[in-house]
Design a protein around this ligand. Sequence first.
Ligand code: AMP
Ligand code: ZN
Ligand code: FE
Ligand code: FE
Length: 275
Amino acid sequence: MDRKADLHCHSFFSDGSLSPTALVDMAVQMNVGGLSITDHDSIESFDEAYSYAIQKQVILLPGVEISAKFRNEQIHILGYCFEPHSASLLEFCQRHRARRESRNQLILEKLSRSGMTVTIEEVKQLSPHAATYGRPHIALAMVKRGYVEDVTSAFHRYLGEGKCCYVEGEKWTVQEAIDAIHASRGKAVVAHPQLIKTRSLVRDLLALPFDGLEAYYGSMTADVNRRWCAIAHECGLFVTGGSDFHGVAKPENRFGSSWTPETTFNLLHQHFLSL
Ligand code: AMP
Ligand code: ZN
Ligand code: FE
Ligand code: FE
């Protein structure tokens, strides 16, 4: 493949601003030949975009991003090339969405106590395509109400970890997330490892049965990329990369700014074709 493969981006089925097919168009425009749409707790985007991607000669691989917990720290796990209609993975995503509903309610209550009224109806109205709702959607409603100037300040001032309206919510354990991905024949990859707080946490996390590590990520420097590639190599993990493009929710993550090495992409593609 002589074009890049961006294997981390979000559509409007989670907290991205573009439709799955618009992401395929973006891939064509940016000369990105391989793509995986990794929505949070949602695997719907693949079906939406698959035939369009074929028509546009973009190789689209199934993807998902799952928020999980490891020793009280939040870890994001990417799942790739699972069976696209896996009933067990679909149910796994749906159970987490239900938990998010309760957490969203608690966040809205905290906002209300801080003098900011936001209803779940307006949150949903602002993101009508979303299959799953979380803090980014609440942040958009706060911007709309004029409580904050943008999504980033909503996180910095109110919704981020340790801020007054933060609610942790229940999450899967990392092992449960890996098991769900493997049960649907997918590959489990540690997302943006540079966000993991300590080395000992990284070491213990990588002892779990992951398949890959996202050593290339939009905002990482080349030195940091190299360090994570070396760690992946030591642990026998393949290396992936992606931009974590969201559109308006995170304008600093530019589509196609990081990509997956050709060897991993081919391996994943072959695995997908063998499903
Ligand atoms: P949640 O899944 O509800 O906990 O929200 C987490 C999501 O919020 C992440 O996946 C990001 O997309 C987004 N997010 C986290 N921190 C920030 C931030 N500082 N600014 C904008 N978006 C953020
Ligand atoms: Zn996101
Ligand atoms: Fe993430
Ligand atoms: Fe992401």
